[in-house]
Design a protein around this ligand. Structure first.
Ligand code: UDP
Length: 413
């Protein structure tokens, strides 16, 4: 059975047929995706499935990764925070380092293609250092909420975009005015991956056993990198507020630092300190390939939390909804696009708000189940990889024939 046959079982024949037709038109194009890590974070998750699927559709697609010294990751993490609106301080030498690392990578990487899709700011300056004509179209795919960026960082991004033909953002609210065509393409999850495929009961219980989680008692789960914006301390506080009313409840905070995030270990240490020696709180530091573990934790949860303060799209929310779990999420970023009050979960604005909503769902099991079922339907319709790929194809066709656009570039003004 081919990969496409397996997707067809999930999304139906019509969707696969549509993809095949579009891929036929694009068959002569080589496509390269570039990001800054193969492990950790949503971008790597998406590229891991997208490249083989493109291959099966007959498209020559590759994935390249930029690398640099530790200081480069500090700078790009600062860019990330600055784009998300955090006050940051950057020196000219930081911008120079970013630019220099891009220059080295442009020399090292094989970027010969019709289309190069550059993810986020880390590889943004590659076009500046790539010989003219090697790449026909550069597209910047931004996964970050850029609605209120710090000026110095945004200015640097704008300069970096000089040689691009288009930009893509995950949702309208994340955009900032630019002089380039802008497309809105939400990300997606892969229903066949180890992270999302159905698990046997034995597989699921084995993971719980390994993490010393009691399968008989209710479990709350948050999966995310140990990052302040993911608010793991807020989750702990919500759990503390809840615990007197539901002494049976357990909490698992699971994640690992991404390769390109130097702040992770500091946040992890704070979380461990705050959790203290409560045996019902499991702080799980997961290696990057913990897909089955994350799958099992999400499937074992009664409710999944994603109490972020700032968020990109929030793929962990999509993953949880796909598994039929109601999600209590921070009212930010793409979480608000996926979590609708009383339909697929609840948006929470504080630890107390999250605790209140958890109590509600623990009390009304029928509502909890119904919201979970709604969530799965919602993801099936909007956030699976086939829809994502179809949007990419449509955008590439648009760029080739701007006069006969299949869908109109987004204009925020
Ligand atoms: N993830 C993972 N290991 C971790 C933490 C997260 O594999 O330790 C995965 C998670 O399941 C999801 C992605 O990484 O697929 C995180 O994407 P999201 O959009 O939620 O957050 P990001 O990390 O990109 O801000």
């Amino acid at each position: 059975m081919t990969l496409l046959d397996r997707y067809e079982e999930v999304v139906g024949a019509q969707e696969i047929q549509r993809l095949r037709r579009m891929a036929e038109v694009l068959a002569d194009k080589r496509i390269i995706h570039v990001n800054s890590t193969r492990n950790g974070g949503g971008v790597a998750e998406i590229l891991r499935w997208m490249i083989p699927l493109l291959g099966e559709l007959g498209i020559d697609a590759r994935w390249e990764v930029v690398t640099g010294p530790p200081d480069y990751y500090r700078v790009t993490k600062t860019f990330h925070n600055g784009l998300q609106g955090q006050e940051v301080s950057l020196k000219q030498s930081d911008f120079d380092l970013h630019s220099e690392v891009n220059r080295e990578n442009a020399r090292r990487l094989n970027l010969e293609a019709e289309i190069v899709i550059v993810h986020d700011p880390q590889p943004l300056y590659l076009p500046q250092f790539t010989p003219e004509g090697k790449v026909k179209q550069w597209i910047w795919r931004c996964h970050i909420d850029c609605s209120r960026p710090q000026r110095s960082v945004w200015k640097y991004v704008e300069q970096g975009l000089a040689k691009y033909q288009a930009t893509i953002f995950s949702m309208p609210a994340f955009t900032h005015p630019l002089q380039l065509p802008m497309y809105i393409i939400p990300p997606s999850i892969d229903p066949l991956s180890d992270k999302n495929r159905p698990l046997t009961e034995t597989e699921r219980l084995e993971v719980l056993h390994r993490f010393a989680i009691d399968p008989e008692r209710p479990l709350l789960v948050q999966i995310s990198r140990f990052d302040r914006f993911k608010d793991p301390l807020g989750v702990l506080e919500a759990y503390r507020l809840l615990k007197p009313y539901h002494p049976q409840v357990q909490l698992a905070l699971a994640g690992g630092p991404a390769d390109d995030d130097p702040e992770g270990s500091e946040v992890l240490r704070e979380v461990q300190e705050r959790a203290g020696d409560d045996p019902d709180v499991k702080i799980l530091l997961l290696p990057p390939d913990s897909h089955c573990e994350i799958n099992a934790l999400q499937r074992s949860a009664i409710i999944v939390l994603q109490k972020s303060l700032r968020e990109g799209f929030g793929l962990t929310v999509t993953e949880a909804l796909w598994k039929g779990k109601p999600v209590i999420g921070g009212a930010c970023g793409g979480i608000a696009l996926q979590v609708h009050d009383y339909h697929t979960g609840f948006l929470a604005h504080s630890p107390a708000g999250a605790a209140y909503r958890i109590r509600y769902l623990l009390r009304y099991a029928d509502k909890c189940h119904r919201m979970g079922a709604n969530g799965r339907e919602f993801v099936l319709e909007h956030f699976l990889l086939t829809r994502h790929l179809r949007d990419y194809f449509a955008m590439i066709l648009c760029l080739d024939q701007p006069g006969s656009c299949l869908f109109v570039p987004f204009d925020k003004e």
